[in-house]
Ligand binder design. Structure first.
Ligand SMILES: [Zn+2]
Length: 252
């Protein structure tokens, strides 16, 4: 596990979260409860742009970016999303350039949209998706672009529970029955994880998913472009799994 951050910057960050919580409750009250105090001025908490930006990562430090991302997921799981960086002003700011803080390689599953489950907005995430988040020339080129050209400080490989691609691959490998078309290649990409999972107790599909996420993260770390950025200290690569039932993302 990552060591806890205990710097003055971290304390400041905790204060920001505290302010955000107060703002959330204030907004909920003003929207849902008619009170004689609803016109109380709390502009410091509700001024749109400046305060919304607090929800997004404003640092390029990999560890702090990860903290910010996991906070966003925590908001999502608690049904307390802030939906930062989604207004017209943000859209216009991004016309000139993008500077995403996290590259997410995730499954194409419609139930796992990274911007939503991390409560992020426009220009925050550089998302590369494929069924079963498998690596091929296209996904690797996209990752290399994000790392070398956009200099993204955090790269997350994100698997998820109840992954249909993993389920179908496990069924195919167990039965020996090939899937049609290009799906055969997908199955082959998952074979190493399946074989690793066979050696472990517990649910074969879920174990295959975890093994696959870790293997993909390992393969990405071995990519020369990624390895160079990691060695320079400007990139961290993490593996994680999204639990569809709880909404929580856990690091693996
Ligand atoms: Zn999936």
């Amino acid at each position: 596990m990552r060591p806890p951050i205990r710097s003055s910057e971290a304390v400041c960050h905790e204060f920001v979260i505290f302010v955000r919580d107060i703002r959330y409750h204030y907004q909920w009250i003003t929207r849902n409860v008619a009170t004689p105090y609803s016109s109380i001025s709390m502009a410091v908490f509700v001024t749109p742009s400046a305060s919304w930006e607090l929800a997004g990562a404003t640092t390029r430090d990999p560890e702090q970016v990860l903290d910010s991302l996991l906070e966003g997921n925590h908001r999502f799981a608690r049904d307390r999303m802030l939906r930062p960086n989604t207004d017209a002003q943000r859209r216009l700011e991004l016309v000139a350039e993008q500077r995403p803080h996290t590259l997410v390689l995730s499954c194409a599953d419609s139930r796992v949209p990274p911007e939503l489950i991390f409560d992020q907005g426009l220009g925050d995430l550089f998302v590369v998706r494929s069924a079963g988040h498998v690596l091929d020339d296209g996904t690797l080129a996209s990752i290399e672009f994000g790392v070398s050209q956009l200099r993204i400080p955090l790269l997350m490989v994100l698997g998820h529970t109840a992954c249909g691609a993993a389920e179908a691959s496990v069924m195919s490998l167990r039965s020996g029955q090939d899937l049609p078309g290009h799906l055969k290649r997908l199955v082959e990409r998952l074979r190493p994880a399946y074989e690793e999972a066979l050696l472990k107790p517990g649910d074969l599909v879920e174990n295959t998913i975890v093994a696959h996420v870790r293997q993909v993260a390992r393969a990405i770390r071995e990519n020369p472009v990624v390895a160079e950025a990691v060695e320079a200290g400007r990139l961290a690569v993490v593996a994680a799994r999204y639990d569809m039932a709880t909404g929580r993302v856990e690091l693996l």
